[in-house]
Design a protein around this ligand. Structure first.
Ligand SMILES: C/C(=C\COP(=O)(O)O)CCC[C@H](C)CCC[C@H](C)CCCC(C)C
Ligand SMILES: Nc1ccn([C@@H]2O[C@H](COP(=O)(O)OP(=O)(O)O)[C@@H](O)[C@H]2O)c(=O)n1
Length: 311
């Protein structure tokens, strides 16, 4: 069997922007392809070289787009969803234990959960399949946590560990604000943008990395307050810009290395710097008493990224 690599036939629907997907087509009908073949975790450049390999052992044959069976995709996505859900529960339990044992303060615990949850959730996206439904399976994770926050926020049940590790004062009602908006934004980014667009990646990075570090640095080193907002500081805002920028570039590199999109890095660095600046300015405004940062920061990042990246 020889593999030939060529672009999608012109009759195919246009590839989403930034998709560098080149369909691997086999010389015989896809129906003859039998798994196992490895999922899209293999970086695309490697797939290109594999595509030209004269013969490949069956177990090393890359999946052609759409070559996985529906049942295979379903199994992969269900397993990935269960694994990431378990990861979410373990993360909160870990920080609850650390707080309970006074290893870290409750405020730091909440912020570390804020930084790590969304970034680790986004980092898990490549373990989901190439199916159209994959993003919906992935969004089940923040959805289940959304329900968990709501039932605990209304004290229908009481999960002390959850309340302690993600609230400021240990009041269950707090779960219905910052944490709830946070998981709703993760659902939005996963469903609308998924791993095919820099927009969702940057928005999650700014909400988790940028806004998360601003609190930690701002509380500890924020003596110099902003002239227009005495609740925010130069240290907090500068750290939000810098860390949000670095985390955004890092996550874009991650998805690019796995072949989900290819970016012109000079232009990307400029665009991400602009997005980080806009998000940092918005986060510093007194409006955050009206609109939670977990809404304003990702939304303004989505808007700015959509305008600058065109997707
Ligand atoms: C503490 C959180 C938000 C508070 O925001 P703020 O008020 O400080 O601005 C984050 C709440 C996280 C939530 C309880 C759990 C979310 C889990 C996530 C969707 C999946 C993580 C999976 C990964 C593998 C650990
Ligand atoms: N730009 C910023 C953001 C937060 N902070 C500090 O972090 C604390 C919490 O910030 P925040 O109200 O935005 O926290 P979250 O809404 O993100 O949980 C503020 O009261 C400030 O002490 C800062 O100094 N500068």
């Amino acid at each position: 069997m020889s593999l030939s690599l060529f672009l999608l036939p012109s009759s195919s629907p246009p590839l989403p922007p930034f998709s560098s997907s080149s369909a691997l087509r086999l010389s015989r009908p896809l129906t003859s392809l039998r798994p196992p073949c490895f999922p899209r975790l293999v970086p695309l450049p490697l797939l290109h070289s594999l595509a030209h390999a004269p013969t490949l052992p069956r177990s090393l044959r890359p999946c052609a787009l759409g070559s996985g069976s529906a049942a295979g995709y379903l199994l992969q996505d269900a397993g990935a969803t269960a694994a990431v859900l378990a990861g979410a529960y373990s993360l909160v339990l870990t920080f609850d234990t650390l707080t309970e044992n006074n290893v870290i303060q409750q405020s730091l615990s909440r912020k570390l959960v804020h930084i790590l949850s969304g970034l680790l959730f986004m980092a898990s996206w490549p373990i989901f399949s190439n199916s159209v439904e994959a993003r919906y399976f992935a969004s089940l994770v923040p959805l289940v946590n959304c329900l968990r926050l709501v039932i605990n926020g209304f004290s229908l049940v009481t999960d002390e560990g959850l309340v302690k590790s993600v609230t400021r004062e240990g009041n269950p009602g707090e779960l219905l604000r910052g944490p709830l908006y946070y998981v709703l934004m993760l659902i939005l980014c996963a469903v609308v943008f998924w791993r095919e667009s820099p927009t969702g990646v940057i928005s999650v990075a700014m909400m988790c990395g940028g806004d998360g570090i601003a609190d930690i640095i701002g509380r500890s080193f924020g003596s110099q307050k902003l002239p227009y907002n005495q609740r925010k500081s130069w240290a907090g805002s500068i750290s939000m810009f810098a860390f949000g920028f670095l985390v955004s570039i890092g996550m874009l590199q991650y998805f690019s290395a796995l072949g989900y999109f290819q970016l012109d890095w000079i232009g990307t660095i400029q665009k991400v710097a602009l997005i980080s600046l806009v998000a940092t300015v918005v986060e510093s405004l007194p409006i955050t008493e009206v609109i939670d940062d977990n809404i304003s920061v990702p939304l303004v990042s989505m808007l700015t990224a959509s305008l600058t990246f065109g997707s």
